[in-house]
Design a binder for this molecule. Structure first.
Ligand code: NAI
Length: 352
C-alpha cells in the first residue's frame, strides 16, 4: 500500500511511503491490540521486545515514529540520536510522560504524543482491588487454600465502611477511586494542587493540605503524576505523619515513594500494609519473567518479603477496554501525522 505524507513544514519528507513505526517493549497483548487496530496496514509497525534507550536507539534507523511505554528511557542523548535518524514522532502508549525529556524533544522538533485517558476506570478499579486484597488478605488466603490449609489465623482485616480514605490527586483516576470507595461507605478526603471544588461539592468530599490528610486517613491512595515536585512525596516525614496502621496504595508512579523510607516504616510497623502497582526502579524488572534468575534489586526483594506488602507489576492499565483505546488513539495519531492532519485533541505533550 502506498501512502503520502502531505506538506507539514519540515516534516514533509515521506512521499509514497507507509509510515514506519518502531515499537519498543512490545508484549504479546500489545501486538494483538495494535495488529487489530492496524488491520488495514496503514502503518508499518516493527515490534521490538526490548526497550528504547541510548543503547538500542540505532534500531530506530529508517523509522519515522517510535512507539514507547513507561520504562523506555528517552533522555536527551536518545532523543538526539532519534532526531539524527529522522524520527519525527514519539508516541507514548501511556498517560505519563516523565520518561521523556520534553525540552530536548521540543528543541529537536520531535512531536511527543500520549494517550491521556485510555481507561481511568481500569486503574481506579485496580487500586481498589489491591486495597481490598491487602485488607482482607485474599492473596494469602488463596495460597493457603491451595495448600489445603483452611486456617484463618492471621487473616483478620478491617471493615472499610466508616473508615477515611485520603485520595492524593483528584484527576481522572483519583476521582473514580474516591467514588468507588464511597460505595464502601468510606469518608473521602482529598489533596490536589488544583482542587476540583465542583466535583468535591457534588460528592461531599473535603480537600485538605497533605499534612492534614495524612494523619486522618486509614488509607492513602496516590493518583498524582511524577514530576520534580512530586518525586519522593512520600518520604520519612510524610510516612511519620500517617496514621499508625494505615494502608498505602500506589498505582501512579513508583518514584512518588522513597522506597528505603517505606521499608523503614514497614519494619517499625508504622503502616498496616502497602499495595503497589508501581515501583521506584521498574526498568528491567517489571513486565519481565525473572522467575528463573531472580532479582538483583535488594529493596524490591525486601518489600516482597513483608507479609503485608502486595505488589503487582504495573498492570493497572491491563484491561481489554484500555488496551483497545491505547491502540486506537496511538494508531489514529500516527496516521493523522502521516496524512498531515492534526493530532487528536489533548494528546500532544509539550515542554511547558
Ligand atoms: P490526571 O492528570 O487526570 O490527574 C492528576 C491530578 O494530579 C490532577 O488533578 C492534578 O491537579 C494533580 N497534581 C498534579 N501535580 C500535582 C502536585 N504536584 N501536587 C498535587 N496534585 C498534583 O491523571 P490521571 O489520569 O488521574 O492519572 C494519574 C496518574 O496515574 C498518572 O500520572 C500516571 O502516573 C498513573 N497511571 C498509572 C497507570 C497504571 O497502569 N498503574 C495507568 C495510567 C496512569
Amino acid at each position: 500500500m502506498s501512502k503520502r505524507l502531505h506538506a507539514r513544514g519540515q516534516d514533509a519528507t515521506y512521499v509514497n511511503a507507509i509510515m514506519k513505526v518502531a515499537f519498543y517493549d512490545a508484549k504479546p497483548y500489545d501486538e494483538e491490540f495494535f495488529d487489530e487496530q492496524n488491520s488495514d496496514d496503514s502503518l508499518e509497525i516493527a515490534f521490538h521486545s526490548f526497550r528504547l534507550s541510548t543503547e538500542t536507539v540505532p534500531t530506530a534507523n529508517g523509522y519515522q515514529a517510535v512507539c514507547v511505554f513507561v520504562n523506555d528511557a528517552l533522555d536527551r542523548s536518545c532523543l538526539e540520536e532519534l532526531a539524527n535518524l529522522g524520527v519525527k514522532v514519539v508516541a507514548l502508549r501511556c498517560a505519563g510522560f516523565n520518561n521523556v525529556d520534553l525540552d530536548a524533544a521540543s528543541s529537536l522538533n520531535i512531536h511527543v504524543v500520549r494517550v491521556p485517558a485510555y481507561s481511568p476506570h481500569a486503574v481506579a478499579e485496580h487500586a481498589v482491588a489491591l486495597l481490598h486484597t491487602l485488607n482482607r488478605r485474599i492473596h494469602r488466603a488463596y495460597n493457603r487454600v491451595r495448600e489445603h490449609n483452611f486456617s484463618l489465623n492471621g487473616l483478620v482485616g478491617h471493615n472499610m465502611h466508616g473508615k477515611t480514605a485520603g485520595i492524593v490527586g483528584t484527576g481522572k483516576i483519583g476521582r473514580l477511586t474516591a467514588q468507588i470507595l464511597q460505595g464502601y461507605g468510606m469518608r473521602i478526603i482529598a489533596y490536589d494542587l488544583y482542587p476540583d471544588t465542583d466535583w468535591a461539592g457534588q460528592h461531599g468530599i473535603e480537600y485538605l493540605p497533605l499534612e492534614d490528610l495524612l494523619p486522618q486517613s486509614h488509607l492513602v491512595s496516590l493518583h498524582i503524576p511524577l514530576s520534580p515536585d512530586t518525586h519522593h512525596l512520600i518520604d520519612d516525614e510524610a510516612l511519620e505523619l500517617m496514621m499508625t496502621g494505615a494502608y498505602l496504595v500506589n498505582t501512579s508512579r513508583g518514584k512518588l515513594i522513597n522506597t528505603r523510607a517505606l521499608i523503614g516504616a514497614l519494619k517499625r510497623k508504622k503502616l498496616g500494609g502497602v499495595a503497589l502497582d508501581v515501583y521506584e526502579i521498574e526498568e528491567g524488572i517489571f513486565f519481565e519473567d525473572l522467575s528463573q534468575e531472580g532479582i538483583n534489586d535488594d529493596d524490591l526483594a525486601r518489600l516482597i518479603s513483608f507479609p503485608n506488602v502486595l505488589i503487582t507489576s504495573h498492570q493497572g492499565f491491563l484491561t481489554v477496554e484500555a488496551l483497545s483505546e491505547i491502540a486506537r488513539v496511538t494508531c489514529t495519531n500516527l496516521t493523522h501525522f502521516e496524512n498531515g492532519e492534526p493530532f487528536l485533541e489533548g494528546t500532544v505533550v509539550t515542554a511547558d
